[in-house]
Write a protein that binds this ligand. Structure first.
Ligand code: ADP
Length: 570
């Protein structure tokens, strides 16, 4: 039943849901229509929400997660029941792992039938399945509870450590009616959804004492720092202390990568040699070798300060000498205030030693980047892309793959906060087109997606979505004919190609042309540069098939050591 057919004094589940979202400042839904939410998508669009419709729920969910990261508002993903819900669940779990706020709203089948397992259409106990994979999960059974359901979901997604929330809405809920005035009153506008968490003064003092005595201090910025939008204070902290810093991949650009205090080009040296490391919104997980082992130099020679909103993160891998618990904005400003005006800069022998290493490494890299081999390799292609990103510092960069990810992360400098979206904590493939769509929709800026050919395959069909909404996205597929590289052979000598090998010489550019976008086949850095410049200038959906030497990649990029065969040899 819709408003057109009912008494003007009544409202229904559809409209209560839409009104609850709007009341809380949510203006965009990412999703995929179907039973029982098709009418909801139509009505939401009719009521002024932007509804971005995808070809697969996982990508809609990834878009919602990226929107959450960029805006500090929960991104909304709307799916159908059972299979659609399960498709969306991967992105919900990924958002939770990455600490991105999102809400997966799925229609579901009738409780009475599902609970008796009587074989309903798309029967599944979705709430039970979602629960262990997200931060919180709720089900709403009555129209008058929709306001509470949305409020709880928003609060759970945003407060404390952000994450994914599941909201289960059985089909019958949407058609339930109630008095319109009572319905309006039942909605909740969430007040202060992510309350500031002020750090305890003694924890701030403990951290300052440790920092003051450091001979070789290092700051490590993570994507929690990027999420926090405390950009000016973070920059002030780095510059006031003169401490060298390393950005994790999605924290790149918080300060420009060209900043003189960036230690990225001397990463191994500073991780091994630092005596006090201050983590700002970064976890000591696998991406940082769990804070121990060879990467971190002599055993027990380091002390850690950790700023995080989640107290349970502390001591998760190694002892943390000075935990500072609170939101990053409040913690960093408390540290700055505690430093006063005479804080001594990091010792010159330490910063000087880092500068020497950086100069040497950068000079070596410059030689590699200047080579122009044929066919192109990762370095020559990325040298061209690096210049384009430098000329367009406000463009969004999405990046996934194995070698494509590793080389892009280290070669392409970022200049502004929250411009880089990538595979995140899990290092997963498949985020490419979902993140790209969100980046374009949310920021309105040009988007450059640097994709390995394997990674692109996971979300490639969303090229149609990109064309349908005419989004300014330039996808560059690094095509080296396979996963890692295209030269693997079938060990049995049989006719099937090796499991890691794709169709040789594939033309990914034709996929974009099929939907009315611009497709370009590029075999040199000059062709790549020209095509990217044209794509950015025109804003037209573009896919560049960048042909890369098929021998150029390495197994699993930089994480070869995680393959069981390699690990067993160690
Ligand atoms: P990276 O992969 O870049 O190292 P992680 O995702 O591992 O970053 O770490 C992000 C950390 O930031 C998480 O431990 C999370 O609890 C924390 N965090 C997220 N948002 C905030 C915030 N607003 N204030 C403080 N800490 C935050």
């Amino acid at each position: 039943m819709t408003n057109e057919t009912q008494s003007p004094a009544l409202t229904d589940g559809f409209h209560l849901l839409i009104d609850a979202l709007k009341l809380n400042g949510i203006d965009t839904i990412f999703g995929l229509p179907g039973i029982p939410i098709t009418d909801l998508t139509r009505m939401a669009q009719g009521e002024g929400l932007r509804v971005i419709s995808f070809r697969h729920e996982q990508h809609a969910g990834n878009a919602a997660a990226a929107a959450g990261f960029l805006t500090q508002k929960p991104g909304i993903c709307l799916t159908v029941s059972a299979p659609g819900f399960l498709n969306g669940l991967t992105s919900l779990a990924n958002a939770t792992t990455n600490c991105f706020p999102m809400i997966l709203i799925s229609g579901s089948s009738e409780r009475e039938i599902v609970d008796l397992q009587q074989g309903d259409y798309e029967e599944m106990d979705q709430l039970a399945i979602a629960k262990p994979l997200c931060k919180a999960a709720f089900r709403v059974l009555h129209a008058q509870d929709i306001g509470v359901g949305i409020a709880r979901a928003i609060r759970a997604a945003l407060s404390g450590r952000p994450g994914g929330v599941y909201l289960d809405l059985p089909a019958k809920l949407f058609g339930q009616t109630m008095d319109a005035e009572a319905g309006k009153k039942s909605l909740i506008k969430v007040v202060d959804a992510a309350p500031r968490q002020i750090p305890a003064p003694d924890s701030v003092q403990r951290a300052l004492n440790l920092l003051k005595g450091a001979k070789r201090p290092l700051i490590l910025l993570g994507k929690g720092a990027a999420y926090a939008q405390a950009d000016a204070d973070i920059r002030a902290l780095v510059e006031k202390t003169g401490i060298p810093y390393l950005p994790m991949s999605m924290a790149k650009g918080l300060l420009p990568d060209t900043h003189e205090q960036s230690a990225s080009a001397a990463r191994s040296y500073v991780l091994a040699e630092a005596d006090v490391v201050m983590l700002v919104g970064a976890r000591l997980n696998w991406l940082l070798s769990h804070g121990k082992g060879k990467t971190w130099g002599a055993p027990n020679a380091k002390q850690f300060i950790q700023i995080d909103i989640a107290p349970t993160e502390i001591d998760s891998n190694v002892a943390i000498a000075a935990p500072v618990i609170g939101d990053i904005g409040s913690c960093v400003s408390a540290l700055l205030a505690g430093m006063g005006s005479n804080w001594a800069k990091a010792p010159a022998d330490w910063t000087g030693a880092i500068a020497d290493r950086k100069d040497k490494n950068q000079a070596k890299m410059a030689i590699t980047l200047a080579l122009n081999p044929s066919p192109m390799n990762y370095h020559s292609a990325l040298s061209a892309i690096r210049d384009i990103v430098k000329a367009h510092p406000d463009a969004m960069l999405v990046n996934e793959g194995a070698n494509t990810l590793d080389f892009t992360r280290s070669i392409v400098d970022m200049y502004q906060p929250r411009k880089r979206l990538d595979v995140g904590t899990w290092g997963i493939m498949g985020i490419g087109m979902g993140f790209s769509v969100a980046a374009a929709v949310i920021t309105g800026k040009p988007v450059i997606a640097i994709e390995g050919d394997s990674a692109f395959g996971f979300s490639g069909m969303e090229v149609e979505t990109i064309c349908r909404y005419n989004l300014p996205i330039c996808v560059v597929v690094f095509n080296n004919n396979g996963v890692y590289k295209g030269t693997d052979v079938n060990a049995s000598g049989g006719t099937d190609v090796a499991p890691t090998v794709f169709v040789k010489g594939a033309r990914y550019d034709k996929i974009m042309e099929a939907f009315g976008g611009v497709g370009v086949h590029a075999t040199t850095p000059a062709e790549l540069t020209q095509a990217m410049n044209e794509a950015i200038a025109s804003g037209k959906p573009t896919l560049i098939n960048a042909v890369i030497d098929e021998t150029a990649g390495t197994e699993s990029g930089r994480i070869t050591s995680l393959n069981p065969k390699t690990a067993a040899k160690k």
